[in-house]
Design a protein around this ligand. Structure first.
Ligand code: CMX
Length: 435
């Protein structure tokens, strides 16, 4: 058993009695109540999911396994001459809860390197797509096609005890994560580079190999590492995480669940916002004929968008009530590396003008920028200007957190998810009885 799996096994054994005790001794304790507006309004804020992988505080932002993002970036080991930590270190942290040392990370680098090769039919599936397809549809389909590789499905069919489900889920998770950079860069080359490809390099870590396959020089390896790490998880209730958890709860396995979560991520109110920000900015630039807008002109663009009934992409959040720390981290990187970038200046101007406008507009509960307001700009600066591709990058990172959640769901024996629905008449009746 490799170090990561051994550590995970020990952690699972330690954790199981806590869940069993909670269920046995406190199963009836009331934690929350549900209002009519929560039932109609997308279940906002109902405390009804359990995960230890990450926790989202409305003011502080995300903590991975109890660590804030700045702590994560400070504590995880970094490759030589790199500003950003190994993605493999984050996998170790999210899966086990422990900050890895260099040797732990080296084991994960090795594990992923061994599992990188993509089955031939995946290229054929991707080649069957018209070149006008959205990359997220292709990404999801490639992951879905790999379901035939599922160790879990094979072992389940052969008969596997419930508490061992996590083991093949873990194997499938690493097998899949290792292959995602190859899938993503193949899509990129097919859609935007006339099929010109750079082969995967088994001697590079996850971030450096991704940068190499994208044909990018330093510091794009650090950009990739930063991007995958900040997008990895955002607790359980967001659409991608919840979809992954829900689908996996029927024991669908990693490939079916991650393909489904990618589909949820592909919506403009969720991960697609990163491309929407750049699309919106391009419109502004077109209207300005290349000239940088003044503050007043930018304010007018923001108001025009709101008056036309559209949202300002990259701003607002269902849970956060302050500037997203994932935005801040990318802003710090941008201030260091792309200070004079024209689009970064636009984004900085938006940071100044949008929050007061959203406050005055009076609808959004959170007027501050989220992760998507910055991520596309960094990509654009390093030559990845095909913004349709940005959500695929988000998806690679998010797959790490969601596989961690799904492995633990199985390890702790979480059952099929099945909330109860009502009809409108029932709700009206219940409300009238309460009044
Ligand atoms: N621009 C304009 N209006 C906004 C807004 C924004 N950026 N954010 C919220 N609002 C509006 C909502 O559309 C809603 O209007 P209606 O009452 O007319 O439906 C109202 O404000 C209240 O919404 P909310 O409770 O503040 O936000 P929600 O939890 O419903 O939605 C989110 C959250 C992210 C979908 C929303 O803020 C939004 O659409 N933002 C722009 C898209 C975006 O950046 N998405 C990425 C989020 C991060 C991620 O998941 O990747």
């Amino acid at each position: 058993m490799g170090t990561l799996k051994q550590k995970l096994f020990e952690k699972i054994e330690e954790h199981r009695p806590r869940i069993q005790k909670l269920m046995k001794e406190s199963g009836d304790v009331v934690i929350d109540q549900v209002t009519v507006s929560q039932i109609i309004g997308g279940m906002r804020g109902i405390k009804c999911l359990l995960t230890d992988i990450s926790y989202l505080d409305p003011n502080e932002g995300i903590r991975y396994r109890g660590h804030t993002l700045p702590e994560v970036f400070k504590q995880l080991p970094k490759p030589p001459n790199s500003e950003m930590p190994y993605v493999e270190g984050l996998i170790y942290l999210l899966y086990t809860g422990d900050i890895p040392n260099e040797s732990n990370v080296a084991c994960v680098v090795d594990e992923l390197s061994k599992r990188r090769i993509l089955p031939r039919y995946v290229y054929e599936v991707l080649d069957a797509f018209p070149t006008v397809s959205h990359p997220m549809a292709m990404f999801s389909a490639a992951i879905l096609a790999m379901q035939r590789e599922s160790t879990f499905a094979r072992k389940y069919n052969a008969g596997l005890p419930k508490y061992d489900y996590w083991d093949p889920m873990f194997e499938d998770s690493l097998n899949l994560i290792a292959k995602l950079p190859e899938v993503a860069t193949y899509i990129y080359s097919k859609l935007y580079q006339g099929g010109k490809r750079i082969q995967s390099n088994p001697n590079l870590d996850f971030g450096a190999n991704f940068a190499s396959m994208m044909g990018k020089e330093k510091p794009y390896d650090d950009v990739a590492r930063m991007h995958f790490i900040i997008h990895a998880d955002h607790e359980s209730g967001n659409i991608s995480a919840h979809t992954g958890h829900l689908v996996a709860s029927s024991l669908s396995g990693i490939y079916l669940s991650i393909s489904a979560m990618i589909n949820g991520l592909a919506g403009p109110l969720h991960g697609l916002a990163s491309q929407e920000v750049l699309r919106w900015l391009q419109e502004v630039m077109d209207k300005m004929g290349g000239k940088t807008p003044t503050e007043d002109e930018m304010k007018q663009f923001v108001w025009d968008t709101l008056h036309s009934g559209q949202v300002i992409p990259g701003f607002g959040h269902a849970v956060l009530r302050k500037t997203d720390p994932r935005y801040k981290l990318q802003r710090e990187f941008s201030l260091k590396h792309l200070k004079n970038d024209k689009i970064f200046k636009y984004v900085d101007l938006l940071y100044k003008v949008v929050p007061p406008i959203l406050k005055e507009h009076g609808k959004a509960k959170n007027p501050w920028p989220n992760v998507d307001a910055q991520s596309g700009v960094v990509q654009w600066h390093y030559g990845v200007t095909e913004y349709d591709f940005y959500t695929v990058l988000f998806g690679i990172g998010r797959a790490i957190g969601i596989t961690a959640n799904i492995i633990w769901d199985r390890a702790l024996g979480f059952p099929l998810e099945r909330p109860k629905s009502l009809t409108t008449a029932m709700l009206e009746d219940l409300v009238s009885k309460k009044k």
